[in-house]
Design a protein around this ligand. Structure first.
Ligand SMILES: C[S@@+](CC[C@H](N)C(=O)[O-])C[C@H]1O[C@@H](n2cnc3c(N)ncnc32)[C@H](O)[C@@H]1O
Length: 244
């Protein structure tokens, strides 16, 4: 069942994202946050992953909760969180992404706190805490965790920082998905792009989270390009952990 409030926010964010992408079509770095949500063939998948993420968070956190978007990129999800009423902050390594996130937030008429920072360090944590008025109650990773060179070390410092009971929501591509595997195989042939991907299955992420004091909560949600794919094999998955 879909939530009409969430779907209205998704519609608005995607409409603005499309305009933003067209207005900035000369900016090649727009593609991975905004281009994929507009005319790209995987746009439908991305619409659903935004919708699933907002649904998952709405089920686990009260409106107005302090929320941190890790590796926020150009801030599309960040703006959606802020527009949903969360006290929102975003952190990203890339200054150009943070600059885009500021411009997109302005377009969306929301004011998340945005910081340039390396998730592999912890120097941005006090700034986020001050901006949110406390430690986050919800942390979100959108296609970000697999970029980090040392996930166990990052999760250890996250676990030390977050209060017990806080929720971490993860959205990652699923290496057990046949359609995702096929997409990567086609990309490596057509685009001659042999970039290594480090996405892990839900089971493997869960083992890393468990070692840092987080337990899985709720069920895995997922979307795929094809209909009828079982959740465990879907391309893009959303799932949560609770700090014990
Ligand atoms: C695929 S993009 C995802 C952007 C956004 N979360 C989304 O779902 O649309 C991954 C982002 O992670 C950021 N990133 C990668 N390594 C990082 C690090 N060590 N610290 C902070 N951000 C990082 C990148 O700059 C990039 O913006």
């Amino acid at each position: 069942m879909t939530n009409p409030t969430i779907e209205a926010i998704v519609d608005r964010v995607l409409e603005e994202a499309k305009r933003f992408a067209h207005e900035n079509s000369g900016d090649p770095g727009m593609s991975h946050t905004f281009g994929y949500f507009t005319d790209h063939p995987v746009a439908r998948l991305n619409r659903e992953r935004l919708s699933l993420t907002l649904t998952e968070i709405a089920e686990r956190a009260p409106g107005g909760a302090r929320l941190l978007d890790m590796g926020c990129g150009g801030g599309l999800f960040t703006a959606a969180f802020a527009a949903s009423g969360f006290r929102t902050a975003g952190v990203d390594l890339a200054p150009e992404e943070i600059a885009r996130a500021h411009r997109f937030a302005e377009k969306m008429k929301v004011e998340p706190a945005l910081f340039e920072g390396d998730l592999q360090a912890a120097d941005w944590m006090p700034k986020v805490e001050e901006a949110l008025g406390g430690r986050p109650e919800v942390v979100f990773y959108g296609y970000c965790l697999h970029h980090l060179p040392d996930v166990p070390d990052h999760l250890r410092s996250l676990g030390e920082w977050l209060p017990g009971g806080s929720i971490v929501v993860v959205n990652e591509e699923n290496p057990r998905s046949p359609t995702w595997f096929l997409k990567n195989a086609l990309r490596s042939v057509i685009q001659r792009d042999t970039k290594e991907e480090h996405q892990l299955s839900h089971k493997k992420w869960s083992a890393l989270f468990a070692a840092a004091g987080f337990e899985p909560v709720g069920k895995v949600r997922g979307v795929d390009m094809l209909p009828g794919v079982p959740i465990g094999a879907r391309w893009s998955q959303v799932y949560s952990y609770r700090k014990t």
